[in-house]
Write a protein that binds this ligand. Sequence first.
Ligand code: PLP
Length: 424
Amino acid sequence: MRYENLSKAELTILLTELEANYAEAAGKGLKLDMSRGKPSPEQLDLSNGLFDAGKNYVSEDGTDCRNYGGLTGIMEAQNLFAEFMDVPAENVIINGNSSLTVMYDMISRSMTHGVMENPPWCRLEKIKFLCPVPGYDRHFSITEHFGIELIPVPMTETGPAMDIVEKLVSEDASVKGIWCVPKYSNPQGISYSDETVRRFAALQPAAADFRIYWDNAYSVHHFDEEDHDEILNLFHECEKAGHPDLIYIFCSFSKISFAGASISATIASEANLDFIKRLMVPQTIGPDKLNMLRHIDFFGNMAGVKAHMKKHAAILWPKFALVLDKLAQGIGGLGIGTWITPKGGYFISFEAMPGCAKAIIALCKGAGVTMTDAGATYPYRLDPNDSNIRIAPSFPTADELGQAMDLFVLCVKLASVRKLLADV
Ligand code: PLP
């Protein structure tokens, strides 16, 4: 029975029942953290072989990886990432442990030195960035940190609303970029359709220094080998459309090997990379090549990576299935929330009734379960509908997850009934 169809008297009886259940749950003394979208220790254990890998410190071309140098990384790592992202190896730079750091650097350099021959952004009156919502909080934080105005663009089932993107990008020269997580997006798990990718490649920006920030963080992170998403390759689509300079692609092995201790890459056109490399020279003598060697030694090639990801999926999917099952059993058919079943990635995105997300998170916290803050998936942490909640199933154990989800379901019901009664 949908809650909205209940009478005031029925809602009041339900409220009393739910409040009693909540008081009982709060008395259990739970202390669980559901906010961390990071791999579990069991997943990290899968890569412990890295500790024994890479005893050889000489790369294929004879470079002594113990020493300085090699601004763009070792050749075999470039080849692996070229295969990973299906791009030519000469378009790949291998960076340090975190792709997010590279994204930060890219914005920082654009502020101080501009993009290619264009003026530094810090000299311009206003800079804007498009932020598909709900989206990844850390993307938004980087641009917010530099005083860039964040413009939310709604996500659809096929990616960002492209009519809006095209209009803003083509009409406003102060729009300099858009954050994209094209596959198994954070937090909805949406993969961009072929049409969306083609429309990105065909963009006609008003600003010559507009770039698409294509953060392909979850490209091989599916749950089922037989049923997973494939996205069109934006690098090739941009070349075909005659816009090779339109994109920066970012990716890393953070959620393949060790989160925060892996290797990352920047992929871009030759012209973009030439410019980026010039700005990297004063910044670093080179990245950690030994860690690259360790990764090559451990994974070998993409076949090795894919085999490894199957092991991650075997750990992750049961946790996602548990969350989806708890939502379906507890909330399905009540009309008080919707969610998307992702085929990969790290999150489940829950849409509560408008005006309920903050209340749900507060209720969960009051009974010992920390969820990602309401609003975190929106620029400036402002969800205009106060409805989106990011669920991160990866880190807790199945037992913890079950307890946390039981409480979450209860809190969604309680907050929804309170809201409906307040609106009567
Ligand atoms: N990009 C997205 C979309 C993410 O969700 C995350 C981590 O959650 C990152 C990047 C972090 O990547 P890295 O560890 O390479 O900095």
